[in-house]
Design a binder for this molecule. Structure first.
Ligand code: SF4
Ligand code: SF4
Length: 441
């Protein structure tokens, strides 16, 4: 009876977790698709696949900073491999069996050995995850590493990072409680490496208590995993999934490349060579909007970047504007873009799929300020540093284009330079005819 009840409960919880997780991931997908789809990111699939394998799976860019890279690899590999044990937990939950895979192979020495080796390997990796998790908590809360203690992380972002690290510890406690309880209950029959060493801690407990410890670990683990799946779309830890598409769809142009605005290119070509007017492409029928004012004007890839950001702060730590005390932090650019996108997404959802202009935008309104946008030197250091190929610079350029070309919002020094460029073809206040005057005398 108890087994049937547990099975029914497991199936109901799995269905509920599946439903809420799907809702969360679909919401993120819909929000990303609010971006414009003008540009395609599907050329050179081999190179893209290569980027994804090296950067997302191989974590190539993380290794510029060796200590956090190693700790991150512990958590990443440990977290991934631990899911193998989840397969058995899942089958047990659905079928009402206990350690179904072990009992399926217990009479075949090689396969039984492989099973014991796999679970023991998971236990050893879990110890590495434990070390890495404690180290990350220490770096954040005791050593207070500067990059992880910046103003933009106050409030929810720092809570989110801590919740996930504590959840890791909780899941590890569940795995060891489940395996050690099981080992103690069956007199070490399974032969797991680490939990076997922990069995003496449970000596003196009767079978009922050992069974309870094992069940608490089992249910605690699966509920933790369900909770993690549902929570992930609301967390910066979504990067563990989005790093893959984000690196695949990343821009393949050289880093210094800045895209032209086709309408302006057309105008300049006509200005430089009026005879080409007949051959020039048609002017667009609709009035053109320059740059981006809100999330709708950014590309879907920019919005995918925003959801993929790990908030690690490597970009801000390398940003010359940030380092010299300017207000700009490229990490905050990504976080603000995601927060505004979330706000827009919630509003559309509340209005049954219709966007009612809320009179706000991504510029100012508590998001990205004009001061931040003006501080960027377009040096690309943030793009170079990002471990998952995010470009805060692309968003900055688009927002700045809008400020200048739509709002004429530029400091006087810049306006003078723009006028010189237009009239003299150079940033200086000299006529084109005087260009060669320097050689006189
Ligand atoms: S491109 Fe701009 S935001 Fe990025 S590092 Fe350079 S100055 Fe900072
Ligand atoms: S943009 Fe990249 S480097 Fe910057 S915080 Fe996000 S993930 Fe880290």
């Amino acid at each position: 009876m108890m087994v049937i009840l547990q099975t029914v409960l497991f199936i109901v919880l799995t269905a509920a977790a599946g439903y809420f997780a799907f809702k969360g991931y679909y919401r993120v997908y819909k929000n990303i698709m609010l971006g414009n789809k003008r540009e395609s990111y599907t050329d050179q699939p081999k190179l893209r696949l290569n980027n994804m394998l090296l950067v997302a799976l191989g974590q190539k860019k993380m290794f510029k900073n060796i200590t956090p890279a190693i700790l991150h690899v512990f958590i990443y590999v440990g977290f991934t491999i631990t899911q193998i044990e989840l397969i058995e937990i899942f089958i047990d939950g659905i079928t009402g069996h206990h350690r179904i895979l072990y009992h399926a192979v217990e009479n075949i020495a090689f396969l039984r050995g492989l099973y014991v080796f796999t679970i023991s390997f998971i236990e050893v990796l879990s110890l590495f995850v434990l070390v890495a998790t404690i180290a990350f908590l220490t770096r954040r809360w005791i050593l207070k590493v500067p990059r992880l203690n910046k103003p933009e992380l106050k409030g929810w972002p720092i809570k989110d990072a801590t919740i996930i690290l504590l959840a890791e510890l909780y899941l590890l406690a569940c795995i060891f409680s489940m395996n050690t309880g099981d080992m103690a209950l069956h007199d070490g029959m399974y032969g797991f490496l680490v939990s076997g060493k922990l069995v003496p801690l449970l000596s003196g407990f009767n079978d009922t208590t050992l069974h309870l410890i094992e069940r608490l670990g089992w249910w605690g683990h699966i509920l933790g995993v369900f909770g993690f799946l549902v929570y992930l779309p609301y967390s910066k830890h979504l990067h563990i999934l989005l790093a893959f598409p984000n690196t695949y769809f990343s821009r393949l142009n050289p880093k210094g490349y800045i895209s032209n605005v086709p309408e302006i290119t057309r105008e300049i070509n006509l200005m430089m060579n009026p005879d080409s007017a007949a051959a020039a492409p048609e002017a667009p029928a609709e009035p053109v909007k320059f740059g981006a004012k809100d999330v709708f004007d950014l590309s879907w890839k920019n919005l995918l970047d925003a959801y993929s950001c790990t908030e690690c702060g490597r970009c801000s730590a390398a940003c010359p504007a940030n380092l010299t005390g300017k207000k700009l932090s490229p990490r905050k650019i990504m976080m603000d873009t995601r927060d505004r996108l979330e706000e827009v997404g919630r509003s559309i959802e509340a209005n049954k799929g219709v966007w009612n202009d809320d009179g706000k935008s991504l510029i100012e309104n508590g998001y990205i300020s004009v001061e931040e946008l003006r501080a960027c030197t377009t040096c690309n250091a943030c793009v170079e540093e990002c471990p998952i190929m995010i470009s805060p610079l692309e968003i900055i350029i688009e927002l700045r284009r809008n400020l200048i070309m739509e709002e004429s919002n530029a400091p006087a020094e810049w306006t003078g330079m723009f006028a010189n460029m237009e009239n003299n073809g150079a940033p200086w206040q000299f006529s084109q005819q005087d260009r060669l005057n320097w050689k006189n005398g």
